[in-house]
Design a binder for this molecule. Structure first.
Ligand code: FAD
Length: 616
């Protein structure tokens, strides 16, 4: 096998495979993908959408624990991460949601990322996604009528849900009573109201659509596309004699050749570019590993670890700064658990299949025969709200005052333009400040919520779309290529606390609506109904908060003086040909789950790279 390619991509995940396939469209260009995980092309567990809760901890989950979260009573939070061809698109919940146009426009207008605006995103949503055949121009049986002009002919298929949980009817009625109407558009930028999302599911096979099945499978045969699995990239190597430095290749370690550690180390050379697509957790780790000179003493690594800016040292070049830390963002979520009327059909059977083998067999048969039923879908309902919908006037005043007085010295947000944007959105009457996701089953790890197979449950996840807290990711000095040290920075800024307290109160109000209380037989388990004061809710937030598995911003596309890592061409500052194309570059968190945006980023990255090398 050749060890020299035009393009070397690190990470065969959501973005990595989409990018690789687009670059390999030109048969004269050779592309190599290094993926640390395996090829799971024939794995049935991954393919079945309804298995989404059982994917955690499997071989294709390279998840890691955070460090204790000091502002969340030292809670340690698990962060699942896809590992294998397809990356996180192998184990995500396959929902396809886009952020409002004004949020993408702000990348360009407020954060100076030239060429990154709603118009461009729409272009690349169309290139990456299509409305699956049966859905185009149709109305789902749940009343979804997405605008077909928002879709193109991309390989990621949007399919209507094939199963409606019984609780949805009662939940939507409760939402309507609080001025949250059903949203028939399916949340493709207009994310107000409540709706069941379109998901990446193949309408014929009923199987999960991942970057591996949609992008890679039809192109696997291409001779100019080389995929190396079980290959952990450990470092990008540079020609340091020129400025900006030139990425020459990647050192990687084969995970399972059965020989000694020495024989496992390989180098793959890049004739044109190296592109980092290792995801928002591992891309910054690789940047650190590549920037630290290999002879740097361990003590120095430790010192750097403790600083909030990372110092890249290249031999002969002096010091080269990339500031990675304190830019990591998440969608923090706090969960509320409810018991429902036991006659309401739910997904709880998934937690204890042996409690009713006949029912489980019926569900399996329905999926096998008709590709419908509980195995056919991930049954989530979404809604996004501005502050005025869920917070009290007094709290709105308090939150707005806190936001107005925030500065780059009093918060961990060191990018002045990012902070100004968050301040602008908080003043905007219509900007989303809360997302609710309703899920028709039990969720573990909550106080007062022990699972009982005879009962039925649902939970509501309150998610903050735009947080003021920031975390960090750094290489672990005692295991540099192992899991990095992950600090989620959960609720380190009190503004996020204040918003979440109001969010939990709103969830309580929603659950108390007559349709939920009387018809769905809802009974609050966690928090218990007597959790009422700010103090009590805050205590509950400490126990019941997680992330939504949406890390972004760890190699942010911001101006260099604003602590950005890549420019709008996705080039890492100070390098001639090292780019990042994955969730890491998203500069500020959006009112959407990220995968649709990540696919669009990969598609745009491919066009940027093709244009850069045209005629060369
Ligand atoms: C459980 C879960 C549920 C989710 N649900 C949704 C949802 O319903 N909707 C939505 O929009 N978003 C969802 N997300 C988020 C979404 O899936 C991610 O934001 C998106 O897939 C990230 O894509 P990426 O290309 O940045 O990274 P990934 O897809 O994670 O790809 C990174 C790849 O790089 C590989 N890699 C890492 N380090 C190395 C190395 N050193 N060498 C070689 N390879 C390496 C990894 O193995 C992986 O394959 C979910 C995420 C999770 C974890």
């Amino acid at each position: 096998m050749s060890s020299s390619f035009d393009f070397v991509i690190i990470g065969g995940g959501t973005a990595g495979l989409a990018l690789a396939v687009r670059l390999a469209e030109d048969p004269t260009q050779s592309v190599c993908v290094l993926e640390v995980g395996k090829d799971f092309a024939n794995n049935e567990d991954i393919k079945v959408p309804g298995n989404y809760m059982t994917n955690f901890g499997k071989e294709w989950d390279g998840g890691l624990l955070s460090i204790p979260q000091k502002d969340l009573a030292n809670k340690v939070i698990y962060n699942p991460r896809g590992k294998g061809l397809g990356g996180s698109s192998l184990l995500n919940w396959i929902q396809l949601i886009r952020a409002p146009a004004m949020e993408y426009d702000a990348f360009e207008s407020d954060l100076r990322a030239k060429g990154w605006n709603a118009h461009e995103f729409l272009r690349y949503f169309k290139k990456s996604q299509s409305l699956s055949r049966s859905e185009a121009g149709a109305e789902s049986k749940h009343g979804l009528t997405p605008d077909p002009t928002l879709f193109g002919d991309g390989p990621i298929l949007n399919t209507f849900p094939r199963f409606t949980p019984a609780i949805n009817e009662f939940y939507y009625e409760a939402c309507a009573a609080l001025n949250i109407p059903f949203n028939p558009t399916g949340g493709n930028g207009n994310n107000s109201g409540v709706w069941p999302a379109l998901a990446a599911i193949h309408p014929d096979t009923g199987e999960r659509v991942s970057s591996a099945s949609a992008y890679l499978e039809p192109n696997r045969h291409k001779r100019n596309l080389t995929i190396i699995t079980e290959a952990r990239a450990t470092r990008v190597i540079f020609d340091e004699s020129v400025k900006p430095v030139v990425a020459k290749g990647v050192v990687y370690e084969l995970q399972s050749d059965g020989k000694g550690p020495e024989s496992r180390l390989n180098t793959v050379h890049a004739k044109k570019e190296v592109i980092l697509c290792a995801g928002a957790i591992h891309t910054p780790q690789l940047l650190e590993l590549s920037g630290l000179h290999r002879d740097l003493p361990q003590s120095c690594v430790l010192t750097i670890q403790q600083e909030w800016e990372i110092i890249f040292r290249f031999v002969g070049l002096g010091t080269f700064h990339l500031r990675l830390a304190h830019v990591r963002q998440e969608h923090y979520s706090t969960l509320s658990l409810f018991e429902t009327d036991p006659r309401i059909e739910s997904y709880d059977i998934m937690f204890n299949p042996s409690s009713d083998p006949a029912l489980m067999a019926k569900h399996k048969q329905e999926y096998a025969d008709k590709k419908s039923g509980i195995f056919s879908t991930v049954p989530l309902s979404f809604s996004y709200f501005p502050l005025k919908t869920f917070a009290s006037p007094e709290k709105i005043d308090k939150i707005k005052q806190m936001v107005a007085s925030a500065s780059t010295t009093t918060t961990s947000i060191k990018s002045a333009s990012s902070l100004a944007l968050l301040q602008k959105w908080m003043e905007d009457e219509d900007a989303y400040q809360l997302e609710l996701v309703m899920v028709p089953h039990y969720v573990p790890f909550l106080p007062n919520g022990e699972f009982d197979a005879a009962k039925r449950y649902c939970f509501i996840s309150a998610i903050l779309p735009h947080t003021f807290s920031r975390g960090s990711i750094h290489t672990n000095p005692s295991d540099p290529t192992g899991h990095p040290i992950l600090d989620l920075g959960a609720f380190e800024n009190d503004i996020d606390r204040e918003v979440m307290v109001e969010a939990i109160r709103f969830v309580q109000k929603l659950a108390a609506q007559p349709s939920m209380r009387d018809r769905a037989g809802i009974r609050a388990l966690a928090p218990s109904p007597d959790v009422k004061t700010d103090e009590e809710i805050n205590e509950y937030i400490n126990l019941a908060s997680f992330t939504s598995y949406h890390p972004i911003g760890t190699a942010a596309m911001l101006a260099r003086e604003e602590f950005g890592v890549v420019d709008p061409e996705l080039l890492v500052y100070g390098t001639a040909n090292l780019r990042v194309a994955d969730a890491s570059i998203i500069p500020v968190h959006i009112s959407a789950h990220p995968q649709a945006t990540v696919y669009a980023i990969a598609e745009k990255a491919a066009d940027i790279i093709k244009a850069a090398w045209k005629g060369k």
